[in-house]
Design a protein around this ligand. Structure first.
Ligand code: PLP
Length: 376
């Protein structure tokens, strides 16, 4: 049978995690926390499981959770969303992104993706028989917005950005948001997906959300992930915010992708959101980032900036000239630490000898990994 995604194999995250298991390496590759989830969240989950919450939730989301998300969005970004028309609870940000792309991108359209990019964007575009246009970020992972603007034309339907950025850990400055606004003003048919799953994980500088940009919110879809915010990646819970005229189309697809998402998880998250201050997350991960950076400071890896997300990228040029995939394989086999090579996030497999570590791990794991990395 002819494949609809002929170039897609097993993702690098699965490959590296499997190899890490095989060689019993410390897994700093895939982006998931290895420390316990808040006991309060677990007890709310148990409590909710004892309630009458086991049937289908309303299609767009449970009203309790939608109300909490609306309050959160107002509290953090000053944006008053209409929860009836502008909010959709999804099975993680992945489903939010997939659904938005399927709903809004037509065959023959072009979608601009900034490489290195999270791996779920391009395949969703391919499935629409549209064309992903890949533009590489600069060597320091900042964006040359002139390059983005030069790639726009009458076929461009969508621009996908990710802030804070996976894999680089960089975050947008005011000038980046201004540049996006200028591009969207110039090309009225482009809609923006702003993937903000790490919105609460920023360090020295506060996250600038597209939610705060009045000039573009009428054409912007913003995605968020409870998996990242509450250390529960396995729950696969997230949401998207979009203006009503786009949401009408997105909901049409959503109802045939999942119809609605896990009702017990939705009610539990609504209760938890009433109690929890998400703004403590940045400091929590900043401590982990600082611990990890201090621990590997004396290694031969060059530490690159990590301004947000739970990723630390490093350049290994002073250790080896081999390509980043081979280097990561050897890192697992010979040194017992798993990382992700950055080339896999590029369409053209750009290899700048940079790899990504995930520091969303307990301190013992970080110490053990650092000990090994300092021996290289
Ligand atoms: C940039 C980015 N977007 C989206 C996702 C997917 O989020 P979720 O697990 O909520 O589907 C991830 C997960 O790693 C991510 O890093």
């Amino acid at each position: 049978m002819k494949s609809k995604l002929p170039h897609i194999g097993t993702t690098i995250f699965t490959v590296m995690s499997k190899m890490a298991n095989e060689y019993q390496a410390i897994n700093l590759s895939q982006g998931f926390p290895n420390f316990p989830v808040d006991e309060r969240l677990i007890s709310l989950l148990k409590e909710t499981a004892d309630e009458n919450t086991h049937q289908y939730a309303p299609m767009a989301g449970h009203p309790m959770l939608m109300q909490e998300i609306a309050s959160l969005t107002f509290k953090n970004y000053g944006r008053a969303i209409n929860q009836e028309t502008e909010l959709l609870v999804t099975a993680g940000a992945t489903q939010a992104i997939f659904t938005a792309i399927q709903a809004l991108v037509h065959a023959g359209d072009e979608v601009i993706i900034l490489d290195p990019a999270y791996d779920c964007y391009a395949p969703a575009v391919d499935l629409c028989s549209a064309t992903p246009i890949h533009i590489s970020l600069e060597a320091d992972f900042t964006t040359d917005w002139n390059k983005v603007e030069n790639a726009c034309n009458k076929h461009t339907r969508m621009l996908i950005v990710n802030n804070p950025h996976n894999p680089s850990g960089r975050i947008y400055q005011e000038k980046d948001l201004q540049a996006i606004e200028q591009i969207l003003a110039k090309y009225p048919s482009i809609v923006l997906i702003s993937d903000e799953v790490y919105e609460y994980i920023t360090f020295e500088q506060k996250h600038i959300s597209a939610n705060t940009r009045k000039a573009i919110i009428d054409r912007t879809i913003i995605t968020s992930s409870f998996g990242k915010t509450f250390h529960i990646t396995g729950w696969k819970m997230g949401y998207l915010i979009a203006p009503e005229h786009l949401m009408v189309e997105i909901k049409k697809v959503h109802q045939y992708v999942v119809f609605c998402v896990n009702s017990v998880a939705q009610v539990t998250l609504a209760k938890y959101l009433r109690e929890k201050d998400v703004n403590t997350l940045g400091a929590f991960y900043q401590e982990k980032r600082d611990t990890f950076r201090t621990l590997i400071k004396s290694s031969r890896f060059e530490l690159l900036p990590s301004e947000g997300s739970y990723f630390q990228t490093v350049n290994y040029s002073s250790i080896s000239t081999e390509n980043d995939v081979l280097f990561c394989e050897r890192l697992i086999k010979e040194y017992g630490v798993a990382a992700i090579p950055l080339s896999v996030f590029y369409k053209d497999k750009t290899d700048n000898h940079i790899i990504r570590f995930c520091f969303a791990k307990d301190n013992q794991t970080l110490i053990q990994a650092a000990e090994k990395l300092c021996k290289i």
